[in-house]
Design a protein around this ligand. Structure first.
Ligand SMILES: Cc1cc2nc3c(=O)[nH]c(=O)nc-3n(C[C@H](O)[C@H](O)[C@H](O)COP(=O)(O)OP(=O)(O)OC[C@H]3O[C@@H](n4cnc5c(N)ncnc54)[C@H](O)[C@@H]3O)c2cc1C
Length: 553
């Protein structure tokens, strides 16, 4: 440690340089980096193990939708060379195994306290430190707090009349039982048709005696074309990792290595365009949207891709009425996170699967043995809520975070989240957020974004320590400019046209603000690096002694 004042060294019990909240991929890597730099760190995790998303989301069919060779840490070449991904898109169990492997390999567990929620964090202005309260009533102090609480970690329970009185089992995809669920011979209802539903429906359909899928909004989904990875495919990635990772970090908009488009959709004639979409459809996966460079900018261009997928749905689904209902028609393709599936649309050809459209009627009521829609009861034995998350801000909002003057983060964010670079919020010194609102986060391969934020925060804390600074805070003006910029960039695209969870639209009463930064991970990284190179432009750093002088003068 340097000469900088260190809470861990001042003899107090349970005092650390940094408290990290959450032990998903973000919290784990944050811990690793900070320990390497010699900071004392304690991580608190409410679950009983590492892995975050992959610890909680154990529903049938759960897997990543960014290819595993890319949806993995890049910080250790040994790690990426030695880990064997079995499939193009690894299943949840394998990603969790990977997270556990990383925890063991880097000896992370000794500094993680499991089964412990952080309920409250209060900034002590006199001491420039955070007092953090755990769910078992303990208090720990830390100079800095890093919230690695996840963007999709606060499962959203729908407010449906009668839900509490349902006689069968109710499961949320984001809180799936560890022992698994066997739906054999059961009549099952799935509420929601977002990504978790699209992944789980084909799998549940194979077990259930009958499956009812309750759909409010149809979503666009592209086939995953998942398959076992061959040794040659793995080796090709491993050999080319330096370039693949560089491209994903610096050049890609979404943190994924893929051939970038060189033209707009309307620059090609209809036949060429259809051929290109067909190639992307056959290849499968999220890069479908990279067929052209203006699909998220120009509605006419977007319509060509949306029509292509709608035609595919009509081709796959035999019943024309079901096909029509599955065809998304209320948002441009890609403006809600595009889904990646294995046989989702084909599942509706099975005699034991029924699509129930609730767009105009909603669900009237859940009865002890049925879901009632438009005065009709759909009898079920088990209910699956695939109703998503209070995204990006939900997990932070559940913590009582108090900054300067006792002001809570929820009070500050009443009209929507405000951050500078998605990393810090004015009035909350020494508090960092990983992949927070205002950063590319959920619009990207999130491990790329996580590693970038962790590295930036780690470098920043080392910078503060070297200069014996104890407090860092975003400036209001810089924050306002950043919020305006995030908003401006979003409105140059088609994204705000969708009522998506990017906008908070899935949570009643949540302010409608486009939360992630659309500028792209490469451009965003340059901005963050530039801010750091200019001595953390837009932030104020102070030393404790100076603050005391200022306070008494
Ligand atoms: C089903 C699903 C599939 C996904 N697939 C992909 C994909 O293919 N590609 C991609 O880029 N992204 C994907 N994501 C997004 C995914 O969340 C991120 O990729 C990544 O795992 C996030 O890591 P994290 O550490 O930031 O957050 P998380 O993994 O969400 O971890 C946050 C942790 O913080 C803990 N926590 C929260 N609040 C508290 C508290 N108050 N006290 C203590 N602990 C707390 C939570 O328990 C959780 O373990 C997916 C998300 C879901 C839900």
């Amino acid at each position: 440690m340097s000469a900088a004042p260190s809470l861990a060294e001042n003899g107090r019990e349970q005092a650390f340089d940094v408290v990290v909240v959450g032990a998903g991929f973000a919290g784990m890597y944050m811990l690793h980096r900070l320990r390497e730099l010699g900071f004392s760190v304690r991580v608190f995790e409410q679950g009983s193990d590492v892995g975050g998303t992959w610890y909680w989301n154990r529903y049938p069919g759960a897997r990543c939708d960014v290819e595993s060779m890319q949806y993995s840490y890049s910080f250790s070449d040994e790690l990426q060379q030695e880990w064997e991904w079995s499939e193009r898109y690894a299943p949840q169990s394998e990603i969790l195994k990977y997270a556990r492997h990383v925890a063991e390999r880097f000896g992370l567990r000794t500094d993680i306290v499991f089964n412990t929620r952080i309920e409250r964090a209060e900034f002590d202005e006199g001491d420039s430190a955070w007092e953090v309260t755990t769910s078992d009533g303990r208090t720990v102090r830390a100079r800095f707090v890093v919230f690695a609480t996840g963007c999709l970690s606060n499962a959203r329970m729908p407010d449906i009349k009668g839900l509490a009185g349902f006689a069968g089992q109710v499961y949320h995809t984001g809180h799936w039982p560890h022992e698994g669920v066997d739906f054999s011979g059961k009549r099952v209802g799935v509420i929601g048709t977002g990504s978790s539903s699209i992944q789980s429906v084909p799998v549940i359909a194979e077990q259930a005696s009958h499956l009812f899928v309750f759909q409010r909004t149809p979503n666009f989904s592209i086939p995953a074309r998942n398959a076992a990875l061959t040794a040659d495919e793995r080796d090709a990635f491993r050999r080319n990792y330096p370039e693949i990772r560089r491209f994903a970090r610096e050049e890609a908009r979404n943190g994924i290595y893929a051939e970038p488009p060189d033209r707009g959709a309307l620059d090609d004639g209809e036949n060429t365009r259809r051929d290109k979409y067909e190639q992307r459809w056959t290849k499968g996966g999220l890069t479908f949207m990279l067929a052209y460079n203006n699909l998220l900018l120009d509605k006419a261009a977007n319509d060509t891709a949306a029509d292509f997928v709608r035609d595919k749905i009509a081709e796959i689904v035999k019943d024309p009425e079901t096909a029509r209902r599955l065809q998304p028609d209320n948002h441009p393709i890609g403006t809600k996170r595009i889904c990646v599936d294995t046989d989702y649309y084909a599942a509706f050809n099975r005699p034991n699967v029924t699509l129930v459209d609730i767009r105009s009627t909603g669900i009237e009521e859940i009865r002890p043995h049925a879901v009632r829609v438009a005065a009709r009861d759909y009898e079920i034995d088990a209910l699956v809520l695939a109703t998503g998350f209070d995204a990006m801000t939900g997990s932070l909002a559940k913590i009582d975070i108090r900054g300067r003057g006792g002001r809570t983060l929820n009070q500050k964010w009443t009209e929507g989240p405000k951050t500078y670079l998605g990393l810090m919020s004015e009035g909350f010194p020494n508090l960092f957020i990983i992949t927070g609102p205002g950063s590319p986060s959920v619009l990207s391969n999130m491990i790329v974004s996580i590693e970038q934020h962790v590295d930036w925060i780690a470098d920043c804390l080392a910078f503060l320590r070297k200069r014996t600074m104890t407090t860092m805070e975003a400036n209001r003006e810089a924050e306002e400019q950043w919020v305006a910029h995030v908003n401006d960039v979003a409105h140059q695209t088609l994204y705000p046209q969708a009522n998506s969870w990017y906008m908070g639209a899935n949570i009643p009463g949540k302010p409608r603000i486009f939360m992630p930064y659309i500028g792209g991970v490469g451009a965003y990284r340059k901005i963050c690096d530039d801010v750091a190179a200019k001595g953390y432009d837009g932030f104020t750093m102070t030393a404790k002694a100076a603050e005391r002088v200022a306070a008494t003068s």
